[in-house]
Each structure stands twice: as C-alpha cells, then as structure tokens.
Design a protein around this ligand. Structure first.
Ligand SMILES: Cc1cc2nc3c(=O)[nH]c(=O)nc-3n(C[C@H](O)[C@H](O)[C@H](O)COP(=O)(O)OP(=O)(O)OC[C@H]3O[C@@H](n4cnc5c(N)ncnc54)[C@H](O)[C@@H]3O)c2cc1C
Length: 416
C-alpha cells in the first residue's frame, strides 16, 4: 500500500489537507478549514445524491450545536427544529419523561437528521468555493510518515490523479481506506460485540411527541422523529436475523406491543435493515501525517446517539489543531489523538451503560433484569442521577471540550 511519491505523476496537485470522505466528519473538517482560510480537497467515493440521501442519526447534541455556533455556522449548517430536551422512557407501557437538558445558557440540541446536516454542510462548503470531488475511485495513501504525504485516486472517467499535502484527514468511516493504509501493528483495536441485533425501520409515519425508548419483556423498541412526517423505529432482534422475515404487519404488531401503544399509527416502510450492536475504538487516532476522524477511528453502538456527535467533535478538534499549526504551534496536533480518545471512551461508557440497562431491563435473566430496573428507577427518582444523564446527553461533560474555546481570529473567512 505504501508507495513512494517518486512513482507518482509529475502533475501532482498540492494542498494543505486532503480530506477523505464526505460524511459528517469530512464535511465538517472541510467547512471549518475553509472558514479558517486553509486549503483542502475532499475526495468522496460515492455520488453527491447518494451521500445526501444516507439516513442515520437524528439529533445534533447541544455541545455540537454550540460548536457550530462558535464558528458562526449554526444557521447555515443546522436544519431541523430545536429539541425540547425531553426523552420518554416507557417501561412496560408506563411513561416516564426525563429531561436531557442541563439548563445551561446557549443554544440547545436540534432534531436535525444526518442527511439534512450533510446536505447543508455540502451546500455551505461549495458556496464557500470549497473543492469537493465526488466519485473518486481507488483512493490510496502514500508517504504518511514523511512531511508531504500523497493521496492518489481516479476520477469518474478513470483519469489518475495525485495530490500532495501537509496532512490527510481520514474521514471515510469504518469501511474506508485511510485506516487500512496504516502499517500493521501501529494501531490497537478495542472491539466489543453486544450480542444484540436491531431491526431498524424507516417509515412515512407520524413522529413521536418525544424521542421514545421502550422496555418490555418482549424486548427493546424505540421510536424517533426523522422529519415532520417520518420516523425511525428500532426493534431488538437476534443479531443475525433476516430483515425479510419482518413483514410490515409483523413490524407494526411488534412495535404496538413493545411500545405499549395499540393505537400506534403505521405508514409505508421505506427502508429496513438488521445490524449488530457493536463498539470499536482504534488507538491512536493518528499515524504520521494521517489523522483518523469519526467512524474511521471509532464505532459506538447507537444507544445514546453519540456516533455522529463524536465525529463532529473530532472534526472540530482537528480543524482547530491545523489552524494552530499554521500559526507555528504543533502542540494541538500532537495532542489530537489523546484528546479525542478521552471523549470517545467517555461516550462509549455512556452508550454501553444505556445499552445494557435498556436491554437487560427487558428480557435478561431475572437477577440482571432487576439490577437494570433499579438503575432505571434511580434515573427517574434521583436528581443527581438525572443530572448526570443530562450532562452525558448534552455532551457538555468536562472531558476536554474543544467547543468551549473561541476559534479566535477567523482570518480569511469566506473570502479567499
Ligand atoms: C442505522 C444507524 C443509526 C445511527 N444512529 C445514530 C444516532 O442516532 N446518533 C448518532 O450520533 N449517530 C448515529 N449513527 C452513527 C452515525 O451515522 C455515524 O457515526 C456517522 O455517520 C459517522 O460519520 P463519519 O463522517 O465519520 O462517517 P460516514 O458517515 O460513514 O462517512 C464516511 C464517508 O466516506 C466515504 N468513503 C468511504 N470509503 C471511501 C473511500 N475509499 N474513498 C473516499 N470516500 C470514501 C463514504 O461514502 C462516506 O460518505 C447511526 C448509524 C447507523 C448505521
């Protein structure tokens, strides 16, 4: 995989940062660098339409909203509606409302579906005359341990291209090429399989009043808003279950039972898949001039809604570190991996805790079920427990929060 730059075409372009992948992480890195007047090129293997339609996360947490706000970008990149900070837990059909707002001053979380964020980030970056190249094939990384790495790829018509740069931001998710370009033995992978599957269903059906998490002896279920007339649902199932075995009737019957809502309004199902709940962290998040950002470095199980928000955090830390490097200070780049990993493990712990609690409280063996129900009860009755929960949900916990820092002089903003 690692080839010498001398084998590359003479016509290699040059930039400061090559960003690989135009998901939430890559587009945020590129937009923040552009705001800072730093050159970059984004290479995305899929088409613009494909990237713009990919539906996954639904909430941009409070910390991330304030991060965009601190860059003067929240009005441009965040769609959706403000979120009232109320989460509904339904235990055997009994509703308990928990606030995940910490009462602090400043803009709060937004119900902003991931595809809306991606569409708006793409539009903002292109309006700012950013360089974004879709359908880039055969992307490969070279000379990562030197001062001027090179990224090679082929355009949609097959033309080979090469770009030399100061840094590569590997934002190409868990199945991308960036991480695989790191020589074996340089990274350590910490993986955990929860042994749980979720059937996830998107439907044109009314969203719930509040994001809803339901515990029952039939298994976990959830109902989240994804738009004014659309919803995402989750149903616990065996990890290797066949989504084809879930007919529309079976999906709606299971949801009505587990959500304790016989009157749940159904609608056409637009997408369904089964995935395993797993967690994965690669350490360190850097090799030479390559910095791994977002899912390329870590996967967090969806419970708690942290995956996309962690990607946004990494992107912010990386962009600020490159800005500082431009001013002659490389300390933030040196600290990038340690700083991000601190938050990653904090969010992994929260997601793991919530995953275990909500699944064990349903169908685990009696001892574990009672422990999990005691934990839930504490969340509903103890002020300290609910405040700790809110702190984790907002993302405003004290784990080295880049968004607390003001970006400073945004020289070159939108102008160059
Ligand atoms: C069903 C589901 C539900 C989820 N729900 C939530 C939630 O509620 N809350 C939450 O916060 N998170 C959630 N997540 C996680 C969230 O979607 C991810 O954490 C987020 O997408 C990570 O962003 P990213 O930019 O790091 O990676 P991705 O979104 O994976 O983006 C990577 C980009 O790189 C591109 N790419 C890949 N390989 C290459 C290559 N070789 N060359 C060039 N480009 C390449 C891809 O096409 C893609 O555009 C969910 C995930 C799933 C699957």
């Amino acid at each position: 995989m690692v080839e010498k730059a001398s084998q590359l075409p003479d016509s290699a372009e040059s930039t400061t940062v090559v960003v690989i992948g135009a998901g939430p992480a890559g587009l945020t890195v590129a937009t923040l660098l552009r705001r800072s007047g730093i050159d970059c090129v984004v290479l995305e293997s899929r088409s613009r339409d494909h990237v713009a339609q990919r539906q996954r996360a639904g909430i941009v947490e409070t910390r991330a909203v304030r991060m965009f706000d601190s860059w003067g970008l929240s009005d441009r990149v965040l769609g959706g509606v403000p979120y009232d900070g109320i989460l509904e837990f339904r235990v055997d059909g009994r509703s308990r409302l928990v606030s995940d707002s910490d009462g602090s001053e400043g803009p709060a979380a937004r119900l902003c579906p991931q595809q809306v964020l991606v569409q708006k980030l793409t539009g903002t970056y292109l309006e700012d005359v950013g360089d974004l190249r879709f359908e880039a094939a055969d992307v490969s990384l070279h000379d990562l341990s030197g001062d001027r790495p090179t990224v090679r790829y082929r355009t949609a018509d097959g033309t080979p291209r090469a770009i030399t740069c100061d840094f590569v931001a590997g934002c190409d998710g868990d199945h991308g090429v960036s991480r695989t370009a790191v020589p074996e033995g340089e990274l350590t992978a910490y993986a955990f399989d929860h042994g749980i599957g979720w059937l996830t269903v998107l439907a044109d059906a009314p969203p719930p009043a509040h994001p809803l998490l339901a515990v029952s002896r039939q298994g976990f279920a959830a109902h989240f808003p994804r738009g004014p007339h659309s919803s995402r649902y989750y149903l616990q199932c065996p990890p290797d279950d066949d989504p084809g075995a879930w007919s529309e009737d079976r999906v709606w019957d299971a949801l009505r039972t587990r959500l304790g809502d016989p009157g749940l309004v159904s609608g056409p199902i637009t997408d369904r898949e089964v995935f395993r709940l797993r967690s994965l962290v690669h350490e360190p998040m850097q090799y030479g001039r390559l910095f791994l950002v977002g899912d390329a470095a870590h996967i967090v199980s969806p419970m708690g809604g942290k995956g996309m928000n962690l990607a946004l955090y990494d992107a912010d830390v990386f962009a600020r570190a490159v800005r500082a490097f431009g001013r002659g200070d490389d300390s933030a780049l040196s600290a990038y991996s340690a700083r991000c990993l601190r938050r990653v493990w904090n969010d992994q712990e929260f997601s793991h805790w919530l995953t275990r609690t909500l699944h064990d409280a349903g169908d685990a063996e009696p001892f574990l079920r009672n422990l999990a129900r005691a934990r839930l009860d504490r969340l509903f009755t103890s002020r300290a427990a609910s405040e700790a929960f809110a702190e984790m949900m907002t993302g405003l916990d004290p784990t080295g929060d880049a968004s607390q820092e003001v970006p400073g002089n945004l020289s070159g903003v939108g102008g160059d």
